[in-house]
Design a protein around this ligand. Sequence first.
Ligand code: ADE
Ligand code: ZN
Length: 326
Amino acid sequence: DRLPALLAAMPKAELHIHIEGSLEPELIFALAQRNGVAIPYASVEELRKAYAFTNLQSFLDIYYAGASVLLKEQDFYDMTWAYLEKAAADNVVRSEIFFDPQTHTARGVAMQTVIDGLHRACTDAKAKLGVDAELILCFLRHLSEEDAFDTLEQALPFKDKFIGVGLDSSEVGHPPEKFARVFAKCRALGLHLVAHAGEEGPPAYVWSALDVLKVERIDHGVQSPKDPELVKRLAKDRIPLTVCPLSNLKLCVFPQLADHNLKALLDAGLVATVNSDDPAYFGGYMNENFLQTFAATGMTAQHAYQLARNSFEGSFAREADKRRYI
Ligand code: ADE
Ligand code: ZN
């Protein structure tokens, strides 16, 4: 069977990776020591044992605690570089990396420290790894719209270092329309727009991400098939869905990988893609997501090519760069 080799070797784009979710337990401990930050776990093994999640919130609590060891520009660089080396090994040639500045600025870390560290790693990756990486700033939806506006203002001096904005964190109870005005401002500034919707939340959140926020892609979107009219809309407008199979498994969105709807989304003609979300927490980077999902669902080489093609079609890369792979 040559499918695993094809999945590993094919060039691909990653469109949904939270850089703070790439922080491995070993690096959390190393940075905690380097920065003199106390963490409530005695060892790497003990921390890893805490990675038993029941839903999105149970994960987010540990994810934000893990990010508390990041203080210096070099910390943000080291985290991003470690991810980009893994991406390169998985034949990821383009990566659009989410970051959560509010997680850091709320602890007194300067916006410039965060963005400079992340961006320097992206620049080095192009030259040394052949990975074309760019940044997408995410607003935390459990915080207020005012806090999002404040964050945008702090980031605008560095606007040449990120290509768009997204919306993440606790979904249910925080619908996209809460951020209508800040997304309208980002749109006017010429930034790309994406939002998490339909991970745990209802199809109504996918509709409002599209029609109120006017996003270009939906992150997750796996609840969309509950509304057949929404599936028609996603197909008609070729809205990419950045699906994260191992994340959905670990956060109990689907009971088993075999129950995942990725194959059904592709077979319905949607522009679905495979992504790692928070690979250090969910048990695998890009190729692990591909390999495990194909093994569990019976997808074929045709699906593999479609997923690779979709990842470039859905990316915000320059048209000339996309055409090299489509
Ligand atoms: N932040 C990091 N990972 C996330 C996810 N899967 N959903 C929402 N917010 C996130
Ligand atoms: Zn995500």
